[in-house]
Design a protein around this ligand. Structure first.
Ligand SMILES: CCCCC/C=C/C(=O)SCCNC(=O)CCNC(=O)[C@H](O)C(C)(C)COP(=O)(O)OP(=O)(O)OC[C@H]1O[C@@H](n2cnc3c(N)ncnc32)[C@H](O)[C@@H]1OP(=O)(O)O
Length: 393
């Protein structure tokens, strides 16, 4: 069924499985339909082409719907099937405008583009462009100072969801950190989410080999990604001031020397909600750390834990008040970084090495099970519901 859904989506709209793109909005321009504000409307469309930053799918849908309303009037298309994700989202957006007059839609389009141009221009000034350039990463900010390499997930507008590029960049940053001069490595997130887990749009970019190839590639990527955490030789600390969702918490919690959380943080592994199954070796490490019964609540029923609960269960090392979190954590980290690095590395090795082989085997098994899950109706429906904005966690 899931295969069918993807195939149907591909057949009906070959471009629909990519992000909604500006050209879709512009190519459908019906110039004859424009009257009074034609010049403004045309200018606005040109401005859209010049935007330097992607305004997000929600805004693109709004632009699309206003454009269609302005040029064609109320929605006159048959409703696409539920699995035709992108066309369905576009139809919903257009249809939601009801009988809005063409002139009003045209004006709203012009206003939206104008507000967009100014807000994206000003926000681009505070984007961490310099950091990105100086580190060479697009999705991370990596700094090294005082014996500490800090890897910060840096897609705050997407709640630090892990797109394919971020998976690769984290692996690269971990490999570099394992060889640099630092004594310890810290993993953290920029913005109000430590991470929202796997970027669910990863599921929409289908390669020529179809959905089976996509699932296979995903399993290979995940196995390699988790493998990097298993093999990471230095002390690794996860420092989370905000909610953490999905699988990033699993590897980082399972293999970190320490997890520091603010009292605002939460920990959530909603695998079943998404039709998926545990990964990051959590099926093995969580029952050992927490107890099988508590791990079942978290991994099977998707129970969200507060930082205090996670600490009581042994998943978190220490919880700090949100207001003093950074100060307290960094005081500790700086002190740890002054300890003899080789002693720390060897101590970590002796703690972890006994488990290494087992962890790699668990990782392989979890990825293979997940490969099957990604082809299931349950997973497909969950992704469809999120992408069509019907559900959030
Ligand atoms: C290699 C494959 C590994 C597979 C194994 C991995 C498993 C997992 O990771 S399971 C966890 C997957 N994550 C989710 O299901 C989270 C989905 N996101 C949400 O439920 C919500 O976004 C939220 C609760 C995290 C935050 O809600 P809210 O504060 O209301 O913020 P928005 O929903 O408006 O989010 C802002 C912006 O970010 C986009 N976004 C957030 N999370 C994801 C995500 N996981 N994937 C893709 N996109 C995400 C969201 O769509 C918004 O985008 P725009 O509309 O373009 O602004």
């Amino acid at each position: 069924m899931a295969h069918l859904a993807w195939r149907l989506a591909q057949r009906w709209c070959p471009s629909s499985l990519q992000v909604i793109s500006f050209p879709v909005v512009q190519l459908h321009l019906n110039r004859t339909a424009m009257r009074a504000s034609q010049k403004d409307f045309e200018n606005a469309m040109n401005q859209v082409k010049l935007l330097k930053k992607d305004p997000g799918n929600e805004v693109k849908l709004k632009l699309y719907s206003l454009y269609k309303q302005a040029t064609e009037g109320p929605c006159n298309m048959p409703k696409p099937g539920v699995f035709d994700l992108i066309n369905k989202a576009k139809w919903d957006a257009w249809n939601a405008l009801g009988s809005l007059p063409k002139e009003t839609a045209r004006q709203n389009y012009v206003d939206l583009v104008s507000s967009l141009s100014s807000s994206l221009e000003s926000s681009s000034q505070v984007e961490p462009g310099t950091d990105r350039k100086s580190t060479g990463y697009e999705t991370l900010m990596v700094t090294s100072e005082d014996g500490i390499t800090k890897i910060m997930l840096n897609r705050p507008t997407k709640k630090n969801a892990l797109n394919v590029e971020m998976y690769h960049e984290i692996m690269h940053a971990l490999k570099a950190a394992s060889k640099d001069d630092s004594a310890i490595t810290v993993l953290t997130g920029n913005g109000d989410y430590y991470s929202s887990g796997n970027d669910l749009t990863n599921f929409t970019d289908i390669p020529p080999g179809g959905v089976e190839e996509k699932a296979k590639n995903g399993a290979v990527l995940l196995r390699e990604f988790v493998g990097c955490f298993i093999d990471f030789p230095k002390p690794l600390i996860a420092s989370g001031q905000c909610p953490a969702l999905g699988h990033l918490p699993s590897p980082s919690l399972g293999y970190s020397i320490a997890v520091y959380a603010s009292d605002r943080a939460t920990f959530h592994t909603p695998f079943s909600h998404l039709g998926q199954s545990p990964e990051g070796c959590s099926s093995y490490t969580f029952p050992k750390i927490m107890s099988p019964a508590k791990a079942t609540e978290m991994l099977v029923f998707g129970k969200k834990l507060t930082a205090g609960e996670a600490c009581a269960q042994g998943l978190v090392t220490e919880v700090f008040p949100d207001s003093t979190f950074q100060k307290e954590v960094w005081t500790r980290l700086k002190a740890f970084a002054k300890l003899p690095p080789n002693a720390m590395r060897i101590s970590k090795e002796i703690i972890r090495n006994r488990e290494k082989e087992k962890l790699h085997a668990v990782n392989a098994e979890e990825c293979s099970v997940l490969q099957g899950r990604w082809l299931s109706d349950e997973c497909m429906n969950a992704v469809v519901n999120f992408l069509s904005r019907k559900s959030k966690l």
